[in-house]
Design a protein around this ligand. Structure first.
Ligand code: GRF
Length: 208
């Protein structure tokens, strides 16, 4: 049974896509064992509770400094003994010691086609605002492993979404979620559960 821990900060629609994919059998032999949020008001925690998944809130605001938070956060992760960690809209920097400990076992979903519109400061609506500002004809979403950089780890899956006339950042964000994120993230977890994601020289190969 693959043990998955999901880290969230907001509405949790990507978490919901994972929950649904586990419950409908798309992702076999897998259990979401814990959801961690830095935001006690995150609706993602309500989604977890509705599906009897343990939710834990750990916020940097509750600690004297970042080092103390990092220690408590890593402890809360280790306690769940995860095989895979999924960052689903998690807005906290992952401690370096955690990246080392869970090398190529932390997946992140980013709402653009990396390496476009990513890196420090590119999250949420900002990503879509910049895509529309640049005038790209295609955007999308990316699932990648997390390394020490920001959105720089090995890319696992990507899916393109066409820009439509009249798109606003909000309408584009919604379509990227519906047509890309909510499909890619469960698919990536399914592939990981099947042991089919191979990392070589900073790139991934999906085994048949
Ligand atoms: C999504 O757009 C995701 O790509 C980004 O943060 C947002 C999270 O949304 N990383 P939700 O909390 O999963 O609804």
């Amino acid at each position: 049974m693959l043990r998955v821990l999901v880290c969230v900060s907001g509405g949790g629609t990507n978490l919901q896509a994972l929950i649904d994919a586990v419950e409908n059998g798309q992702i076999a032999d897998t259990k979401i064992v814990r959801v961690i949020s830095n935001n006690k008001g995150a609706y993602a925690l309500s989604r977890a509770a509705q599906h009897c998944i343990e939710g834990v809130c750990i916020s940097p605001k509750d600690f004297a400094d970042r080092e103390a938070f990092n220690e408590a956060f890593l402890q809360a992760v280790d306690e769940a003994a995860p095989d895979l960690i999924v960052l689903a809209g998690f807005l906290v920097v992952i401690p370096p010691q955690m990246i080392q400990k869970y090398r190529n076992r932390i997946l992140n979903i980013h709402p653009s086609l990396i390496p476009s519109f990513c890196g420090t400061g590119y999250y949420g609506l900002k990503v879509h605002e910049k895509a529309l500002e640049r005038g790209v004809k295609v955007t999308g979403a990316t699932v990648h492993f997390v390394d020490e950089g920001t959105d720089t780890g090995p890319i696992v899956l990507q899916k393109a979404v066409e820009i439509q006339a009249g798109d606003t950042p909000e309408s584009l964000q919604r379509r990227v979620m519906e047509e890309a994120e909510w499909i890619l993230l469960p698919k990536a977890v399914e592939l990981f559960a099947q042991g089919r994601i191979i990392v070589e020289n900073g790139r991934t190969v999906i085994a048949e």
